[in-house]
Design a protein around this ligand. Structure first.
Ligand code: PRP
Length: 175
């Protein structure tokens, strides 16, 4: 990442307001369903998951999962593999996958199909950012923060070479 600060794309205040709205909507949608499992996809989702989980007004538990893209040289091949699994069974549970970004859609598609085979009561996705024009695989995003263009973004969990994850806003960089 260059020495210049990323240019603000979505401010801390706008993120906070959107997370409030998402939490309110999710709390209303699940209010009669008992506990939901918030399933954060490491690493990028850790900040959204922390903020969202503390704003919900419904019973919730937290789990994490980690995946990695297979690379062909330096180029992602599109295939995804599981590198860390959840600790508790999700069978019969209401699962909400929490992601920072959907780019090609490969990761979320893989996760949803893999998790569905474990027979949860329901499975939905909450995603902060959607790069609509890069999406190659159709994925359903039930709760979306913002749609963005095809730009490099960091902050709010997103990194460039592990830099910028803890910025409180979402910014654009020229790597
Ligand atoms: C990012 C992001 C998603 C995935 C989305 O993860 O967190 O999991 O890419 O891309 P896709 O829609 O093209 O599959 P990354 O591999 O950068 O790992 P990280 O979350 O640990 O930064």
């Amino acid at each position: 990442m260059s020495d210049e600060s990323p240019q603000v794309l979505i401010s801390e205040a706008d993120i906070s307001q959107r997370v409030d709205e998402l939490a309110e909507q999710i709390s209303a949608d699940y209010k009669d369903k008992g506990e939901i499992v918030l399933l954060g996809v490491l690493k990028g989702a850790f900040i959204l998951l922390a903020d969202l989980s503390r704003r919900l007004t419904i019973p919730r538990s937290v789990e994490f999962i980690a995946v990695s893209s297979y690379e062909d040289g330096d180029v992602p091949s599109g295939a995804v593999r599981l590198v860390m699994d959840v600790r508790s069974s999700i069978e019969g549970k209401h699962v909400l996958v929490v992601e920072d970004i959907v780019d090609t859609g490969q990761t979320l598609h893989y996760l949803i199909e893999m998790l569905k085979s474990r027979e949860p009561a329901s499975i939905k996705a909450c995603v902060m950012l959607h790069k609509e024009h890069s999406t190659e695989v159709d994925v359903e995003i039930d709760y979306l923060g913002f749609t963005i263009g095809d730009e490099w973004v960091v902050g709010y969990g997103l990194d460039y070479a592990e830099q910028g994850r803890t910025l409180p806003y979402i910014g654009v960089i020229n790597p």
